[in-house]
Every structure is written in structure tokens, then in C-alpha cells.
Design a protein around this ligand. Structure first.
Ligand SMILES: C[S@@+](CC[C@H](N)C(=O)[O-])C[C@H]1O[C@@H](n2cnc3c(N)ncnc32)[C@H](O)[C@@H]1O
Length: 261
């Protein structure tokens, strides 16, 4: 029997256009492609590359916690690898950015002695840097999952850019919520107003998913964040306030070390 293998790829955010040549090659060459790539157009793109595409998206459902869904996805992928198939698992965006079943499938396949790897791809934050025109190296940039940010009272630096993912589901620990709720978003805004002024302008961002569409960029005062149109694809970008302060002690330390050498 041929030994099974697994390659996990991302199709990027913008359908077809952001799928790398490398990812495309693995999609085309696989015996079976499991997909969690989003809407019908994205699925059609995969079907144009491989006739044996199996969707795992139907595993999501209101009666099922996402953790259960993820476990079923992982085991479905692993079963095909164990049966000797050359398996490709395709997720939208970057397959390793805020995606549990992708990492876990690779980990389990490797632990069972199969060849398995993940390929990088274009993620939502990659689109943010291009569409909103800033370089994360200019001011610094920190990134958190929104629920993690709120519940764990994360320490962060308001003089750097702050990116919060999955704001539609903020505060959900049941993993059973699928729709945005302004009451949740209002709590997120309150938490942010502990560090930023109420009139601080933040950006609710949604990258274009179609080659013909444009990114959605809603700029809104923090105090009004709950009024913004927020979908499962929305990411919050909070611009910095103030400037980072240089530490004279650390500057002196570097100079002293260099002088001593
Ligand atoms: C489960 S994560 C998946 C991220 C994806 N793997 C990536 O590489 O961007 C879902 C979150 O990604 C962000 N996201 C997904 N699609 C997006 C889009 N079109 N524009 C902006 N952010 C998006 C949102 O924060 C959303 O809640």
C-alpha cells in the first residue's frame, strides 16, 4: 500500500488570485482534497483544480460546539492519510492563522509517522498591511484573538497597532456562537476604552474575497463600535495613541557594551 501523506494549504483571502503556485500544485496532485475554504465560488475554484474535493464545511452547525466539529475534521483528514492517500487539506487564508484543525492534523499525522507539512499563505493581516497602508515594523503591531484579549485581560502597548480577530464572536466561550451580537461588541469597546479615548477612531476591516470587489473599511469612534456592521470576517484594527518612549537606560547599555568591546 502507498504510504499516506498530508499537505495543508491555504487558498488566500481573495479567491483564486491569492492561491500560491505551490498550494495549487498540491491541490492538483492530491488523491483527495478536504476543504474549508468558504463560499461556493471558493469551492468551485478547488473543483476546477481537482475532481475529488470533499467539503468539511457541513460539519459546522448550531447544535455542535466548534471544538467537536474540529475533532471530526481532524479525524476525517487523518483517516484518509492512514488509508494510504496523498491528502491535501485546504483552508481559506493562511491555514495556520487562527485555525486549529490544520495544525492539529499535521501534528497528529507526524506523530503517527506520516509525511505531513503546512504551507504558508496570504492571511487577513497580510491584506491589512497592504490595504490600510502601514508596515507592522513602523510602529509595532500586536495581534490577539478578541475573546482571548478580553477574557484574559491581555497586556498590550497602545503606542503600537492592535489587531483583534474574530470580533463578531467576542466573549463566546461555548464555541457555539456563529453570529455577531452588538452587546458583545459593546463590551469589547468598553474594555478598549480603559486604554483609548472614547473618540479614538478604529477600523472594522474586511478584506476583499472576490477579484472584482473592494475591501470594506469602516472607520468609527470606539464609543460607537457596537453600531458598526460586523460579520464573521471582520477584523478590528486599532491605531496607536501617542509615541513609544525610548529607554535611556537601554540606550546607555548598548553604548556601554559596544565601548567595552
Ligand atoms: C478562523 S479565523 C481565520 C483566519 C484565516 N485563516 C486567515 O489566514 O486570515 C477568522 C477570522 O479571520 C479574520 N478574517 C477572515 N476573513 C477575513 C476577511 N475577508 N477580512 C478581514 N478579516 C478576515 C476575521 O478576524 C475572522 O473572524
Amino acid at each position: 500500500m502507498t504510504r499516506g501523506s498530508l499537505v495543508v494549504v491555504g487558498t488566500g483571502i481573495k479567491i483564486a488570485n491569492q492561491c500560491t503556485i505551490e498550494a495549487r500544485y498540491h491541490i492538483e496532485a492530491a488523491d483527495v482534497v478536504f476543504e474549508v475554504v468558504g463560499d461556493q465560488l471558493a469551492q468551485n475554484f478547488l473543483h476546477s483544480l481537482n475532481k475529488n474535493v470533499v467539503s468539511l464545511q457541513g460539519l459546522y452547525g448550531p447544535d455542535r460546539a466548534r471544538s467537536e466539529t474540529y475533532e471530526t475534521m481532524i479525524e476525517t483528514i487523518l483517516e484518509a492519510v492512514r488509508s494510504g492517500k496523498r491528502v491535501c487539506a485546504a483552508f481559506y487564508g493562511h491555514p495556520g492563522v487562527y485555525v486549529y484543525p490544520s495544525h492539529e492534523s499535521v501534528r497528529r499525522a507526524c506523530a503517527e509517522g506520516f509525511e505531513a507539512e503546512m504551507l504558508p499563505a496570504v492571511s487577513a493581516d497580510a491584506c491589512i498591511f497592504a490595504d490600510l497602508g502601514f508596515d507592522p515594523g513602523w510602529l509595532g503591531c500586536q495581534s490577539f484573538e478578541a475573546t482571548d484579549f478580553v477574557i484574559n485581560a491581555r497586556k498590550f502597548d497602545p503606542t503600537a497597532v492592535l489587531i483583534l480577530w474574530q470580533i463578531a464572536l467576542v466573549g463566546d466561550r461555548t464555541l457555539r456562537v456563529f453570529k455577531s451580537d452588538p452587546r458583545r461588541v459593546a463590551v469589547l469597546a468598553e474594555v478598549l476604552m480603559e486604554d483609548y479615548p472614547a473618540d479614538h477612531e478604529v477600523i472594522v476591516y474586511r478584506a476583499a474575497t472576490l477579484p472584482v470587489s473592494q475591501p470594506q473599511v469602516q472607520t468609527i469612534a470606539l464609543s460607537r463600535l457596537a453600531e458598526a456592521e460586523i460579520s464573521q470576517e471582520s477584523t478590528l484594527v486599532v491605531p496607536p495613541i501617542g509615541e513609544a518612549q525610548a529607554s535611556p537606560e537601554r540606550l546607555a547599555l548598548i553604548e556601554a557594551r559596544l565601548a567595552a568591546a
